[in-house]
Design a protein around this ligand. Structure first.
Ligand SMILES: [Zn+2]
Ligand SMILES: [Zn+2]
Length: 163
């Protein structure tokens, strides 16, 4: 997604706003492949702040993922805003250097999505996950592996306290 910011850069306008959609290819994150289930929505504005320019971005993305606990497929909706500083004179880590009169948002959008990826995806915050012993999906069915474990732990504790 490329936006023309000439009128802000040359001082003709104080700010310009934009809004659009863009298709991004599947990407890998933490060793897992993710796809976007619909085009990413990008909106925001670029405004002049004297020497520098500010880029306000609002991003909405829907990402296909697998639940970290039960491995069920899910769609994670990500909606966030980010503020970047643009400069036409200098480039450093905190500033995005703009050469010319257009700004390609693709890399900025991609990077902010990476930065906003959750550490893990959950189909439900109460997802019980798979049993590490028998592999059963505990959201669907209960198994007795846990009880056996707990019983042995508790009986050992009981023994300790009895002494
Ligand atoms: Zn789950
Ligand atoms: Zn089990």
């Amino acid at each position: 997604m490329i936006i023309n910011i000439a009128s802000v850069l040359n001082g003709e306008k104080e700010s310009i706003s934009f809004c659009g959609e863009e298709n991004f290819p599947a990407f890998e994150f933490n060793g897992e492949k993710h796809e976007f289930v619909e085009p990413i929505k990008v909106s925001g504005c670029v405004s002049s702040k004297g020497e520098i320019f500010e880029l306000d971005l609002k991003i909405t993305a829907k990402i296909a993922a697998l639940c970290s606990r039960c491995t069920k497929p899910l769609v994670h909706t990500m909606e966030f805003e980010t503020l970047e500083t643009l400069s036409i004179t200098e480039a450093d880590e905190d500033v995005i250097y703009v050469s010319g009169t257009t700004l390609d948002l693709s890399d900025i959008v991609k990077e902010s999505i990476y930065n906003n990826m959750p550490i893990r995806f959950l189909c439900d915050k109460n997802c019980k996950g798979l049993c590490p012993k028998c592999g059963i999906d505990k959201n669907v069915k209960d198994c007795t592996c846990d009880e056996e474990n707990n019983n042995s732990v508790f009986s050992k504790l009981d023994e300790l306290f009895k002494k």
